[in-house]
Design a protein around this ligand. Structure first.
Ligand SMILES: [Zn+2]
Length: 313
């Protein structure tokens, strides 16, 4: 499932191509994926792209937004005359678009309002192998009333970490507001006193937004914490280390363009590279990068959990 780094990679990529374009038609090939009236967004211009947790918001210049959740295997891919020669990952379902997985197709005005030259046809394809994702037409004032967004926990977003000393780029900053930022204090409050195992706790979107299985596994390894331990058993130092580890793995994944372990591709249909650099995720039986003992895989909260029993205590 795309997590924070993957959805953020898509957002940053799409932002470059979509802002300023008008939606001129929408072809709906799988009805259940598109919720709402397409007439409400046809003719509107795209003015911004935001991300909330694993959700993506396409803001329009009328009263509506398009809210997108990619769920397990959703993809959003932009194509125009200029990008047509960029080789698509086979994960998009073919060598051209639309593919057999392209269930919603947005036709966009072939030029941005501020550009004079004709750029040819432009399309945004929503692909989804397993068809669990959705695109909803939502009134702007109703967006934050949707449970998915309303209940989203604060986000460990690398571009906003105050103590890191890193200057967030403007692109990073625009996607998350300070009010939903996971501060160390908020993180302590979430972990301290929790009777839940730390790994499923990290993945609970209502507590913390954006972390899924890949980054929960790798952050716990980085912090040397056994994923089965309950939140309340973590010391202050361990909580601090885990907080830093979460930001570190998310930052690393953003640098690698996300993880294409499953079906993730970026806004141009290309794969990310983090899957080749995971610490423990997907590495059952391989030697631990620190102690060389084999990585073990167990089930925890119903999800495959990878860890090093020697390094993680
Ligand atoms: Zn180890």
């Amino acid at each position: 499932m795309p997590e924070l780094p993957e959805v953020e990679t898509i957002r940053v990529g799409l932002q470059k191509y979509l802002i300023g374009r008008k939606i001129i038609d929408i072809k709906i090939r799988v009805a259940k994926i598109f919720v709402g009236k397409k007439e409400d967004v046809i003719g509107a211009k795209i003015v911004n792209l935001r991300r909330i947790g694993k959700g993506l918001i396409i803001e329009l210049d009328n009263n509506f937004v398009l809210a997108v959740h990619l769920k397990m295997t959703g993809q959003l891919i932009y194509r125009d005359a200029k990008s047509e020669n960029i080789k698509l990952s086979p994960k998009t379902g073919g060598t051209t678009l639309p593919s057999k997985y392209s269930h919603i197709i947005f036709k966009l005005k072939n030029q941005k309002s501020n550009l004079k030259n004709d750029e040819g046809d432009a399309y945004l394809y929503y692909n989804d192998l397993r068809r669990f994702g959705w695109i909803r037409v939502v009134r702007k004032d109703e967006l934050m009333k949707m449970p998915f967004f309303k209940e989203m926990g604060p986000e460990p977003f690398v571009g906003l970490k105050p103590s890191s000393g890193l200057k967030p780029s403007s692109g990073l900053r625009s996607s998350a507001s300070a009010s939903n930022f996971l501060t160390l204090n908020l993180f302590k409050n979430i972990v301290e006193g929790s009777n839940v195992s730390i790994k499923p706790l990290l993945m609970d979107q209502k507590r913390i937004g954006g972390i899924g299985n890949i980054y929960a596994n790798d952050a716990l390894f980085e912090a040397k914490i056994d994923p089965r331990r309950k939140g309340k058993t973590l010391s202050d130092e361990e909580i601090n280390n885990l907080y830093d580890a979460i930001f570190a793995v998310i930052k690393k994944s953003l640098e690698y363009g996300g993880s294409s372990d499953e079906n993730f591709v970026n806004a141009l249909g290309q794969e990310g590279n983090y899957q080749n650099h995971t610490l423990v995720y997907g590495r059952e039986g391989e030697p631990c990068k620190v102690c060389r003992n084999p990585i073990e895989k167990i089930k925890l909260g119903g999800r495959g959990t990878y860890f090093c029993p020697s390094c993680q205590r």
